[in-house]
Design a protein around this ligand. Structure first.
Ligand code: 5GP
Length: 186
């Protein structure tokens, strides 16, 4: 295929922008203030769930002023495309012993809730000083397990979304906004 055709096919999958860059940065600023107020000078460990949270992490860590460290875990629940496998696998764990940390988990999206429900259970067993979850996006209509983040920046309907860290088959993570992905008609 010609490069222009490839580019056109790529762009056609970006159906419409759901959340703009400006809306994201305003929400991140609010989240930073909320974290500062809650921890009030106490050091925190921000834990990003990869890969989807890497952009979110980069922005949140610069929006807080409390002393902060960052750590990452890799959890996989969607393998290819837009269908959930329903299997949560921890493929990379934290390096830190979290028992001396106030932990703030950053996740890109809560969909069925399985990933975060499992991760929170696992991290609580390691006795952190405290544990909170901040989700960039929440899709409550898709929930299969009883899980709620402490803070969700945006609630969205049941669309498959891309951008700002979120992928479809590993592409589109670099879009600066969040968009609906144009799935094939069923
Ligand atoms: P859960 O375990 O809550 O079903 O799924 C969480 C993970 O599924 C997210 O971290 C994300 O990787 C993936 N996911 C769920 N919904 C979407 C979506 O609309 N777009 C993308 N790109 N990933 C999603």
């Amino acid at each position: 295929m010609e490069n222009t055709t490839l580019m056109q096919a790529y762009e056609e999958k970006i159906k419409r922008v759901l959340i703009t860059e400006e809306e994201i940065s305003a929400a991140i600023a609010r989240a930073g203030k909320e974290i500062d107020a809650i921890y009030d000078g106490r050091p925190i460990l921000l834990v990003g769930i990869l890969k989807g949270s890497f952009v979110f992490m980069a922005d949140v860590c610069r929006a807080v002023t409390v002393p902060c460290e960052v750590g990452f875990m890799c959890a996989k629940s969607y393998y290819e495309g837009t269908v959930s496998s329903g299997v949560v696998k921890i493929t990379m764990d934290l390096q830190q012993d979290i028992s001396n940390y106030h932990v703030v988990i950053l996740e890109d999206i809560v969909d069925t809730g399985r990933t975060l429900s499992d991760i929170v259970k696992m991290l609580r067993l390691r006795n952190p000083l405290s544990l909170r979850v901040i989700a960039l996006l929440d899709k409550p209509s898709r929930r299969l397990v009883d899980f709620r983040a402490d803070t969700s920046l945006f609630t969205i309907p049941d669309h498959f979304v891309i951008g700002y860290g979120l992928d479809c088959a590993e592409q589109y993570r670099n879009l600066p906004y969040i968009a609906e992905y144009a799935e094939k008609e069923k």
